[in-house]
Design a binder for this molecule. Structure first.
Ligand code: ADP
Length: 573
């Protein structure tokens, strides 16, 4: 019975590969009567493990021979390369279902509140007696809970390359993630030094998988450094939340619009709003946009160093309770009514601002434009006019008259634990370039809705927090500064880095280097997706084949690295 149960826990139905393996192993085995149960169990485990390994192979692989060939070839090329062993990649979910007790016995113990083994919990999850989301509450350490969850969702071990060990799940839980099964890694590069407002030059961490992006931004930083640095300023600060309410008539809705303007009403509303957090500060009477009987009430508030969505939502909720008492017939339909506007493209954010509104500007001498950016201020300004003015207008862009602000915003957002969906508004940016009378290039970037924070959200995770520490903006601002100084500084670092990115990409467009540098830096030269036609000739090819396998260590450093084209950073975008 433990056999058939093991089969159930692994959802054998449809997994004919495992059954076939098991049959083959059984046929080849020499078991005697006495130990057949034990023997059968070990054969089943072996069958599952083997089928799991097979499951990781791409369906268009060319079989054992081919992969042997590839590995022997690379070993030959790189004698110092260590063979790929389980030990060097200890990311296999080790939890296996226990087989020595019945599910009923396990369930009884579980109901009695007794501690079970990881493999017992796996079986109970597999039969639906324990919910996957409860695992952390049951396991002594969260990593084991994660391993059990992985084993439950992935019996064939297709997640082997998704790391899950050594992660601060205790910090991430109930703040950043539910049902964790591991973490995605994104490489972090560094661009800089970047001098902002005459301060100590910064190195800016950027997390990205777009090759050429960091190198490009780095070149922009070099141009800025040689021009004396970038100036930045925060022009406004205010996170928004906008509920939608309904009245029985449009004129009733208009009464609310007038009501919030009266100073005594605003004072009371503000007291309710601000009372919910020491950092919430309602800045002005909320703006009321009417649409027939609907009223959209846009609250704008300071949020200290938090990005502020939780904080301002809580404050808005409280303010709406008070408003409800003043307007008993008002029906609150949604706390977020889409004029906020969070995580959706909307002109209102661009026009009125959201989060931190920030500007960065720089004057680059003609000599710097020529030596670092390989072009001229006049060419840059002309390219900017055609692209930002004409092109963005023709495209009907809103907040999109820039070259690639979103690239830099996304990379810094990932590195520093920001809410990634907010790249939508946070990357809205107007880039201007003009030639000054002395022949230098003036550039500005205007970013009206940088939604960032240095407390809360993903900023609590150690890796992300270390990026903020590195930039000297981690956590709450010190008491001798205004609350929000850290988050404002982060917004300025983002804008300054965007300016660097704009300079470099615009120069690459002027010199027509965009395609060549991307082909150099943004295309893997490891052949990851070989076609079958190419594969047929691969045994004669000098280049080793990597068919969705982990590239072996030696392949990156070894001879095959010779195929990586040397890149001269001054000539790339
Ligand atoms: P968000 O609103 O960005 O989602 P949270 O409201 O979840 O962030 O996190 C902010 C929390 O951190 C609040 O409880 C707030 O009181 C606390 N906090 C501590 N120091 C600060 C600070 N300097 N600025 C803003 N919030 C702070």
């Amino acid at each position: 019975s433990s056999m058939s149960e093991a089969a159930r826990t692994y959802s054998l139905e449809g997994q004919s590969a495992i059954i076939d393996k098991f049959r083959a192993l059984l046929a080849a085995s020499e078991s005697n009567q006495a130990d057949w149960k034990k023997h059968a169990v070990s054969l089943l485990e072996k069958a599952i493990a083997e089928a799991g390994r097979d499951g990781r192979k791409p369906t268009f692989s060319f079989g054992e021979e081919d992969s042997d060939e590839a590995s022997s070839e690379s070993a030959e090329m790189q004698p110092t390369a260590e063979p790929l062993t389980e030990e060097s990649h200890p990311v296999v979910a080790e939890v296996r279902p226990t087989l020595d007790r019945t599910v009923e016995e396990l369930e009884n113990d579980y109901k009695k509140g007794l501690k079970l083994r990881a493999g017992d919990y796996l079986r109970l999850v597999n039969v639906g007696k324990v919910k996957s989301r409860e695992l952390e509450a049951l396991m002594p350490d969260f990593e084991t809970a994660v391993a059990v969850r992985r084993a439950a969702v992935d019996p064939l071990n297709k997640l082997a390359d998704l790391p899950y060990t050594n992660y601060p799940y205790t910090i991430a839980k109930d703040a950043c993630i539910e049902n964790p099964i591991g973490y995605i890694t994104v490489p972090v590069g560094i661009a800089g030094p970047l001098k902002i407002n005459g301060g100590v030059p910064l190195q800016v961490p950027m997390a990205t998988t777009e090759g050429a992006l960091v190198a490009s931004t780095n070149r922009g930083c070099a141009a800025i450094m040689r021009s004396g640095g970038v100036k930045t300023v925060v022009t406004a600060e205010g996170m928004t939340r906008a509920p939608v309410v309904k009245f029985s008539s449009a004129s009733d809705a208009n009464r609310l619009k007038q009501w919030v303007q009266a100073p005594e009403n605003f004072a009371k509303l503000k007291a309710e709003f601000d009372g919910t957090s020491r950092f919430a500060k309602l800045l002005s009477p909320p703006e009321v946009v009417l649409d027939g009987r609907y009223a959209h009430i846009r609250f704008t508030s300071k949020s200290g160093d938090a990005m502020g969505m939780n904080m301002i939502s809580k404050a808005t909720h409280q303010a709406m309770k008070f408003m409800q008492s003043a307007f008993p017939t008002m029906k609150v339909l949604a706390l977020s009514g889409n004029t906020c506007c969070d995580k959706k493209p909307a002109a209102i954010n661009w026009i009125k601002g959201r989060g931190r509104s920030v500007l960065a500007e720089c004057w680059l001498p003609e000599s710097v434009v020529k030596s670092v950016l390989k072009t001229t201020p006049a060419a840059m300004a002309e390219c900017a006019r055609s692209k930002f003015d004409s092109g963005s207008a023709a495209a009907g862009a809103i907040g999109g008259s820039n070259a690639h602000a979103a690239n830099i915003v996304a990379a810094i957002f990932i590195a520093t634990g920001q809410d990634l969906a907010q790249v939508i508004s946070s990357s809205m940016c107007s880039t201007r370039m003009e030639v000054e009378e002395d022949g230098s290039l003036y550039i500005s970037v205007t970013m009206n809705c940088v939604e960032c924070g240095t407390v809360g959200g993903g900023t609590v995770l150690p890796a992300q927090r270390s990026m903020l520490e590195f930039l000297s903006v981690a956590g709450p601002s010190p008491s001798f500064c205004d609350p929000g100084t850290h988050a404002n500084n982060l917004a300025q670092i983002i804008a300054a880095t965007v300016l660097a990115g704009e300079l470099s990409l615009m120069a690459a467009l002027c010199t027509d280097d965009l395609v060549s540098s991307h082909l150099k830096l943004n295309r893997s030269r490891l052949n990851l997706y070989e076609t079958s036609a190419e594969a047929g000739s691969s045994s004669n090819s000098l280049q080793p084949t990597v068919l969705l396998q982990r590239p072996q260590q030696g392949m990156i450093r070894g001879k095959s690295a010779e195929r990586t084209i040397k890149v001269n950073c001054s000539s790339i975008l």
